[in-house]
Design a binder for this molecule. Structure first.
Ligand code: F6P
Length: 382
């Protein structure tokens, strides 16, 4: 590669807040510091399957106001795996070579892919097969990409979920209800645990910590007996039922969409405890909106670091956030495992220390809690 380069950037997988900050940083750093040309590839690898490829020339003027914007201005998909591309006739086809040819047809010197673990694994496979100089940037509200402590989008999702819990406390308290909030996160309980603690939830259920339904019900009844008439339960979408079943909707091509554990808990808790229950499923609201300051910072830092790696000729790496610093690791290391909640880690310990029920068999409400000072006494008010 000579000094003047043309690089591509794309976003892949589910959108989240902070993606546009990263695209902006890639563009500004590549142009300002290195004088390179930047092409934004639209709709993840789908853009490279179009004839001609669907790309946008990115300049500082184009990305000028992208810092705070939610979603991704380049578009994305979480369905078009090019190695098993879903065709209209219901079959799957390997279209990887078309993407590789399009990349080289655009005379790109390197590609930056902003994605979660699934997208990064696919993009790396393409890069290996097609001799593509690839750098990954981790993003996902689930925060489950290993090694990096933070992925773009997580903090914004936690903020949204925390704000929702804050709001739900008041209505739950006013009606003496058990309020159940179902949050996203796929197999990882990071959103539930972080937002649950920050929002003052009373029960937090995550997939990594098996729960005992009777213990949860006993905890709720115990609270009620101590005058704490409302209970806020946060549950991750991949938490199983008491019978060990994951609740999900089966989709085309063997895909599935998680959802339903909140309603299951509401029904079961109502039956077992006699409490009035309600469910709020936060859903895609956790993915949208203006990026939090941390996600803007993270996206900016990752974007700059990814461009610097290209300048140094270091490829097949993913940028990371470790101990408050941006660093990088081989992508293979990052996608080898996923980052789950540590059942004995700081946040789980914090939750237990606060008296939050994580569903453990021995969960208790401290005996000295006899009243709930903030609990409004509004029984009978409609
Ligand atoms: O991986 C991000 C995520 O938001 C998960 O938390 C959630 O299960 C899933 O994507 C939802 O995907 P979709 O946008 O296809 O409904």
């Amino acid at each position: 590669m000579g000094n003047s380069k043309r690089i591509g950037v794309l976003t892949s997988g589910g959108d989240c807040s902070g993606l546009n900050a990263a695209i902006r940083a890639v563009t500004c750093c590549a142009k300002n510091i290195y004088g390179w040309e930047v092409l934004g590839i639209c709709r993840a690898t789908l853009g490279l399957l179009q004839q001609p490829p669907e790309v946008i020339r990115l300049t500082e003027a184009t990305v000028d106001n992208w810092l705070t914007m939610g979603g991704t201005m380049l578009g994305t998909t979480n369905k078009g795996n090019p190695f098993a591309f879903p065709m209209e006739d219901g079959t799957r086809k390997d279209r990887s070579q078309e993407i590789i040819d399009a990349y080289h047809g655009l005379n790109l010197d390197a590609l930056i892919g902003i994605g979660g673990d699934g997208s990064l694994a696919i993009l790396r496979k393409l890069a290996q097969q097609g001799n593509i100089n690839f750098i990954g940037i981790p993003k996902t509200i689930d925060n489950d990409v290993s090694i990096t402590e933070r992925s773009i989008g997580f903090e914004s999702a936690v903020n949204i979920a925390t704000e929702a819990i804050d709001r739900l406390h008041f209505t739950a308290a006013s009606h003496n209800r058990v309020m159940i909030v179902e949050v996203m996160g796929r197999d990882a309980g990071h959103i539930a645990l972080n937002a649950g603690i920050a929002g003052g939830a009373h029960v937090i259920l995550v997939p990594e910590i098996p729960y005992d339904l009777q213990s949860v019900c006993d905890f709720i009844c115990d609270r009620q007996q101590h005058g704490r008439r409302h209970t806020l339960v946060v549950v991750s979408e991949a938490v199983c039922t008491d019978a060990g079943e994951t609740l999900q909707k089966e989709l085309q091509f063997g895909e599935h969409r998680l959802g339903g554990i909140g309603q299951y808990l509401a029904d079961t808790v109502a039956t077992k405890t006699g409490s009035e229950t309600r469910v709020t499923v936060l859903g895609h609201i956790q993915r949208g909106g203006i990026a939090s300051p941390m996600d803007r910072l993270l996206g900016s830092a990752f974007g700059v670091a990814a461009v610097d790696l290209i300048a140094e000729g270091k490829f097949d790496r993913m940028v990371t956030w470790q101990n408050g610093q941006v660093s990088s690791v081989p992508i293979t290391e990052a996608i080898a495992t996923y980052r789950a909640v540590d059942p004995a880690g700081t946040l789980a310990k914090t939750a237990r220390g606060l008296g939050i029920c994580l569903g453990d068999r021995q969960a208790t409400t401290p005996d000295n809690l006899t009243s709930e000072p903030k609990e409004p006494q509004l029984q009978g008010v409609s």
